[in-house]
Design a binder for this molecule. Structure first.
Ligand code: ADP
Ligand code: MG
Length: 347
């Protein structure tokens, strides 16, 4: 375990920069220095809000970047490249989907399979793909597990060609949203936007800082409540959370959530109930939020200790809050959580 210091911060939260988005695209009001343009829409199974200071037309371009990517990676859309591979056992990925696959497989390897893009049949057996939740028989789980093995995915990054063994299904859902936010942000940057906040169902991608030069304030949800428990000050980075509270069901006094341990075929029972990752690369952050959740605090802290491209907030089942040392000066507890003890993990 890394070195852990305890600190208690009693600090007021004044503003949370990631208000929730809902409904279809509705607001394209004129931007002033104090008021951003914004569009709201539904995609990737979540409500999305893009807000940017600058030319409002580019927001629609950024939305198209995201919806075009979704069409290509969706596991259920019969026109998608991933769907084609799952149906036929092979196929070709193009452009950014090929880039996403390369990133995803790299993260599966780096996390030693805590992230596994072939976990889909297990997620399906528990009913998380349809909402028809159930605890599968152990024999069903054991029969599916041999096909959960990302090392059997053959991918040629030069041609984009993918081959998977019969019986395997791949899904880039654990990383696609973070990657899509990152690609949309890049589109905005390329089109002159210097200040924006993209909220993809609570996963946040920022561009630059606020127009007045101050950092964006991104709220981190209390996994056991409805309000933010802390606010992070963020500039030009992504803030991505995986939480057991996002999709779950209860049966016989147990809570079963949508983040799976590929080693067991059961929901990850690692002692963590939420993991937030902060970093420059949205795809990496999304992959890590899922996989560090699977690893649990000790392994996740060690993983962080050996990396240099992200910071993290961990909340345990028992309500303990840990942050990595790079966030020490970037967080403030909200009023409701002012007496929470925050433990700092250092290298
Ligand atoms: P969300 O997409 O809800 O924000 P995540 O990024 O953590 O949350 O992704 C969770 C989704 O990824 C699950 O719904 C499931 O489809 C898939 N998944 C679950 N466990 C794993 C895993 N260990 N590796 C790869 N994908 C996973
Ligand atoms: Mg994720």
């Amino acid at each position: 375990m890394k070195k852990i210091l305890s600190i208690i911060l009693i600090t007021a939260c004044l503003a949370c920069g990631c208000s929730s988005a809902s409904g279809t695209e509705k607001n394209t009001s004129k931007s002033t220095a104090s008021e951003p343009e914004s569009i709201d829409f539904f995609a990737m199974d979540t409500t999305i809000k893009f807000s940017a200071y600058g030319d409002k037309k580019v927001l629609k371009g950024a939305k198209k970047v995201l919806t075009d990517l979704e069409k290509k990676v969706s596991v259920t859309d019969s026109g998608s490249e991933i769907y084609h591979i799952n149906q036929n056992g092979s196929g070709t990925l193009t452009g950014d989907v090929s880039d996403l696959m390369q990133k995803a497989l790299q993260m599966c390897t780096q996390t030693d399979g805590a992230l596994d893009i072939s976990i889909y049949p297990i997620v399906k057996a528990w009913g998380f793909t349809t909402g028809d939740y159930q605890v599968p028989d152990e024999s069903t789980i054991q029969s599916l597990l041999p096909m959960v093995n990302y090392t059997k995915v053959e991918f040629d990054k030069t041609t984009g060609n993918v081959t998977i063994p019969s019986g395997m299904t791949i899904d880039l859902g654990s990383i696609a949203k973070g990657y899509a936010g990152q690609q949309s942000a890049q589109y905005l940057r390329d089109n002159g936007v210097k200040s924006a906040l993209l909220n993809l169902g609570g996963n946040v991608q920022t561009i630059g800082s606020k127009p007045d030069g101050s950092p964006w304030k991104v709220g981190i949800k209390d996994p056991n409540g409805d309000t933010p428990m802390m606010v992070l000050s963020i500039t030009d980075q992504a803030v991505i959370t995986s939480g057991g509270y996002e999709r779950y069901f209860e049966q016989d006094g147990h809570t079963y959530w949508h983040i799976m341990d590929p080693a067991t075929g059961h929901p990850a029972d690692s002692g963590l109930c939420s993991v937030t990752i902060v970093g420059d690369d949205g795809g990496t952050c999304d992959a890590l939020s899922t996989s560090l959740f699977v690893m649990g605090l000790e392994k996740a802290a060690d993983f962080w200790g050996k990396s240099n491209d992200f910071e993290a907030v961990f909340v345990t089942d028992s309500g303990e809050v840990y942050i990595t040392e790079g966030l020490k000066d970037k967080f403030a507890l909200t009023d409701d959580h002012a007496d929470t003890t925050v433990k700092v993990i250092s290298r």
